[in-house]
Design a protein around this ligand. Structure first.
Ligand code: PHB
Length: 390
């Protein structure tokens, strides 16, 4: 009996240590099939490279990464999230690309006490009144890259710009962001279907309006079709293309080639940003995956590094929610972007660059960073987030 009591006492004393010897469970919900599968693959590959660069673990804990393909369907994502939270008991849910998917899963995941760390989706809803202690956005708030481009196009004197985006929460955020700083005429503001692959009708409409520039947000497979159809319609040379970086990036350029050359974009990251962490990330990503990393890959990498830094601070523990939240808030890692910190609403404060699509020495379309548009830029919703009282 005495021995049994001793054994139980020892087991109890070891319990916290043992729980940290268990892998940290991370639910990775992303789009891994269909025309936009490369976005999810880039985030996943970037994330896994961060784990590799952190010695095969995160904050000293092994990683049990449970992946699920949301097929870009909010209801599929919801089923995956419920299963990961209830059955797999994940500590963190990440991977999410699309704001409509995020808006379908964030509440049930957060209500269960699980952390949500978004590598990409940056809906305005969670940046303001609905901000949440366990919700973090590593990429951007949707409005903000577009604000940067609005600033640039306003400064450059564009005064008749045609606007296009898919009709869903992120599409509306993006164009709202652009209009926050661009004050010229809006030739038209057109909302397409999310996932739409044929833009003939919109392009005919655009041609008739005779704008002097197009500002658009269309990412993934649909973005490839859009850029190709734009060039095929003969519009590329008469109406120059402007976009947030992630709509004319390395998930799109190999498929569109010359059709993208000359486009300008605003991005918080580029492969040519001159810092040591970025150089290693780009070189190792290219060596391992035989393709150029995109901003999605950079965001996946930073998400891994953020989790690594926070787990290191809590000795691998996520059970003390406030402690893990505080560790994440510090964002104590070197981002591939250079300057990066979290605002009070857990969305980034970061710099935005103007990038141009150019041809490299091999004739391959690539990004060239032209200049910094704005430094340390935060979103306009943070003032409505009363995090301290949550
Ligand atoms: C979003 O839905 O929040 C979203 C999706 C794709 C992007 C950027 C934002 O490239």
């Amino acid at each position: 009996m005495k021995q049994l009591v001793t054994t139980i006492a020892v087991a109890l004393a070891l319990a916290p240590a043992l729980s940290n010897a268990e892998p940290v469970k991370i639910g990775f919900i992303s789009t891994l099939s269909g025309p936009s599968a490369l976005l999810g693959q880039d985030i996943l590959d970037g994330f896994n490279l961060a784990v590799e660069h952190s010695g095969g673990s995160l904050g000293g804990r092994e990683v049990d990464l449970i992946t699920g393909d949301d097929q870009l369907k909010p209801d599929v994502a919801r089923q995956l999230a419920d299963r990961m939270v209830l059955r797999d008991k994940v500590d963190i849910v990440t991977g999410i690309i699309w704001s409509n998917v995020m808006l379908a899963i964030a509440k049930p995941v957060l209500d269960s006490g699980t952390f949500v760390i978004s590598p990409n989706a940056g809906p305005s809803q969670y940046a303001g009144v609905q901000c949440h202690p366990q919700y973090f956005a590593v990429g951007f708030q949707n409005d903000v890259p577009n604000e940067a481009m609005g600033m640039y196009m306003q400064d450059e004197g564009y005064d008749n710009v045609y606007l296009m985006a898919p009709n869903y929460p992120a599409g509306r955020d993006m164009l709202n962001g652009f209009k926050r700083y661009y004050k010229g005429k809006v030739s038209d503001e057109v909302y397409t279907q999310l996932g739409q692959l044929d833009y003939a009708a919109e392009l005919a409409q655009l041609r008739a309006k005779k704008p002097n520039a197009l500002y658009y947000f269309i990412s993934g497979g649909p973005g490839i079709n859009f850029v190709k159809q734009y060039a095929q319609a003969g519009l590329k040379d008469s109406v120059p293309l402007f976009a947030p970086g992630f709509s004319i990036d390395q998930t799109i350029l190999p498929a569109v080639g010359d059709a993208g050359v000359g486009a300008m974009a605003a991005s918080f990251w580029s492969a040519d940003l001159d810092n040591d962490v970025n150089k290693k990330f780009v070189a190792d990503f290219e060596a391992k995956f035989k393709r150029s990393p995109s901003p999605y890959a950079a965001q996946g990498y930073d998400t891994g590094m953020l989790i690594n830094s926070a787990l290191a601070k809590t000795n691998g523990d996520t059970s003390d929610k406030k402690a893990f939240q505080a560790a994440l808030e510090q964002a104590d890692f070197d981002s591939v972007r250079g300057n990066f910190k979290f605002n009070t609403n857990h969305y980034p404060i970061q710099d935005y660059y103007l990038v141009e699509v150019v041809k490299d020495a091999d004739g391959k379309a690539t990004w060239k960073t032209i200049k910094t548009i704005v430094q340390g830029h935060a979103d306009s919703y943070a003032a409505d987030c009363k995090m301290a009282s949550k």
